[in-house]
Write a protein that binds this ligand. Sequence first.
Ligand code: GLU
Length: 304
Amino acid sequence: MSYKELIEEVFQKVIKLENRGQLACYIPELAVVDSNKLGIHISTSSNFDFGIGDFEEKFSVQSIAKVFSLCLAYKMLGESIWTRVGLEPSGTGFNSLIQLDNDNGIPRNPFINSGALVISDILLSHLTDPKEDLLKFIRSLCKNQDINFSNKIAASEKSVGYRNIAMCNFIKSLGNINNEPEDVLDFYFDLCSLELSCKQLSEAFLFLSNKGKTTHDDNQILTKSQNKRINALLQTCGFYDESGDFAFRVGLPGKSGVGGGIIAIHPNEYAIAVWSPKLNSKGNSYRGMKFLEEFTTLSELSIF
Ligand code: GLU
């Protein structure tokens, strides 16, 4: 079966399932998203692409954007970033504060909120125009200028961002934030507010399935070794406290966000993006997980 036929078949299956879970109600703007949305888009390293459902509609990618900021920091500063952030699955929720005290303010990995705050701090220290430079980087990955932050979503999250504010101040007190927490948080909330469609997401992430090089202009974004390491981190830490389950069921590196998006990478094959806003109890898209599980089962293709 071709990818197109597989996706059509699994889409029909998943759309008939009960749409279980909850919207990310802790961010007011995300609580009013249409929960029936379902979009899929695949981009392959051999230049095939296909989408179905709401694949062209932009949504709030939230934590998926943490991969962009990490890749940019890694590209600029290389291995030195790992002195500020760890490489281990946290075994706790994405917004947990409890390990930071014991770990002296070094977050377990770059994909939990504390890790993304530290990566944001690193970017603030090294970019001349951090928000614009980040946008430029993401736009260059998919050769698409139409990628922006959402002021509305950033403001909405900021208005109730007590936990992230506490976390950033706590890490600052432990010496692992160099800039003013307010500036770091401002960058972080904008980062999380990025809006991309499934099509834009799969195009922007395709370089991770192509040994770190963009397919549209052969730009080596990450070295092959860095690319392997990002994929390894996505495999072990990309799904909060459900990363083991995702590896078990789907068998691909990937990253989810509380906007209901998931990006998954099949090295040397494809990047696939799925969006369905309702989340399971671990904060991952309920139907997104179901779709990808079924997709890798039917295609009999995973990294294992
Ligand atoms: N902006 C969200 C937060 O900090 C990101 C969470 C996520 O998508 O995992 O709570």
